[in-house]
Design a protein around this ligand. Structure first.
Ligand code: NAD
Ligand code: DAU
Length: 336
């Protein structure tokens, strides 16, 4: 089997490629990645020439057409992925997430190639903190940010291409991932690397927003389960029952770092900040028999903290740049 992994140099995509090499060594992997600010390709370096990395843009129709024609399956991770960036400049989100997905869809349609589209639970908007409900495949779309609205648009394009043109696609919407190779702009790696640098953790607003954390390997094992056994045209929600508020996560990181649990400060809140995400993954578990392997969030987090301690050469080049970007966006300490 020859697979084309878009965005395979980014956080989840690179972990997917590593997972695939380990568990499916017979699969030939080609990565298409633009190597934006989000990746310099170093996350794939340990694999050497066991995979092929093509530097290019998913909006480049001729390049995408050529690569798709040579593939049996496309797994589509490539995206602009960070909410805070989408609030500063939505334009690349429209280009990559909407036009890029359209470009992939036209190519898989032309060549009759199977697609798995990777998406997010953020397409459903947010839940109240005291609401016992969780997202299911039937929850109406209600995205809040430029990022999540472009991901919602990409999902709807995939569904329309399935229905109108018979494209063979599955979709998944996953909750917040953590693990190795995640960019230090994101919440967990930002706080781990702040702690290593002796800086306080940064909590947006009151720190009580809730995310539903899943280890990236569990996300990727679920994606492979859907590729193997999922019904074409269907959407599957991926989640591991990992709800935590941001303050709890920061305190767990500080414990893992051996630092006082109050080494954090409150900073300017994110505009439109979604309150809570929570996934009900019953369909994936009962229909396809998937289960997460990382049952203990604290243990997974400790391993992630150890990974960032051991791999400073990987994240150091992006750290100052990232903090400068937050400062330029107006982040400031607030009283609580
Ligand atoms: P990431 O930002 O770490 O990686 C994205 C990758 O896509 C990068 O390597 C980047 O260079 C590449 N890319 C960006 N624009 C491109 C373009 N125009 N052409 C080719 N490549 C391009 O993101 P991530 O966290 O790994 O997310 C991967 C996917 O998973 C995204 O579709 C995201 O919406 C989805 N997702 C993420 C999470 C999460 O918690 N991080 C949860 C659910 C779903
Ligand atoms: O739910 C899936 C989504 O999870 C993915 O679709 C996105 O690609 C991914 O980035 C993530 O989105 P979030 O906005 O939830 O993740 P982020 O890491 O940016 O923030 C997680 C929470 O932590 C959120 O409530 C905002 C808060 N936060 C974030 C940062 C960077 C802080 O309190 N302090 C911070 O410094």
């Amino acid at each position: 089997m020859r697979i084309l992994v878009t965005g395979g140099a980014g956080f989840i995509g690179a972990n997917f490629v590593h997972w695939t090499r380990q568990h499916r060594p017979e699969v030939e992997v080609t990565v298409l990645d633009a190597l934006t600010y989000a990746s310099d390709g170093s996350s794939l370096a340990p694999l050497g020439d066991a995979i092929t990395l093509v530097e290019g843009d998913i909006t480049d129709a001729a390049l995408v057409d050529r690569l798709v024609a040579d593939s049996d399956l496309v797994v589509h991770f490539a995206a602009e992925s960070h909410n805070d960036n989408s609030l500063v400049d939505p334009s690349p989100f429209l280009q990559t997430n909407v036009i890029g997905t359209y470009t992939i869809l036209e190519a898989v349609r032309r060549h009759g190639v199977r697609l798995h589209h990777v998406s997010t639970d953020e397409v459903y908007g947010d839940l109240a903190l005291d609401d016992p409900a969780r997202f299911t495949e039937d929850t109406p779309y209600n995205p809040s940010s430029p990022y999540s609205s472009t991901k919602a648009a990409s999902d709807l394009l995939v569904r329309a291409w399935v229905r109108s043109f018979g494209v063979q696609a599955t979709l998944s919407n996953c909750s917040n991932n953590y693990g190795p190779y995640q960019h230090v702009e994101k919440f967990i790696p930002r706080q781990i690397t702040n702690g290593i640098d002796g800086l306080p953790a940064k909590l947006y607003g009151d720190g009580l927003n809730v995310r539903d954390w899943i280890h990236v390997d569990d996300h990727n094992s679920a994606v492979w389960t859907i590729i193997d056994k999922g019904r074409l045209g269907e959407t599957y929600l991926i989640g591991a029952d990992g709800e935590q508020n941001n303050k709890q996560v920061v305190q767990a990181i500080l414990r893992a770092l051996g630092q006082p649990e109050d080494s954090y400060e409150h900073v300017t809140d994110r505009p439109g900040h979604d309150l809570r995400y929570a996934i009900d993954s019953t369909k994936l578990r009962t229909e396809l028999g998937w289960a997460p392997q990382y049952a203990d969030f604290d243990e997974g987090l400790k391993a992630t903290v150890a990974w960032y301690r051991d791999n400073e050469a990987w994240w150091r080049p992006m750290k100052d740049r990232t903090e400068a970007k937050y400062a330029a966006a107006g982040e400031a300490v607030t009283a609580r």
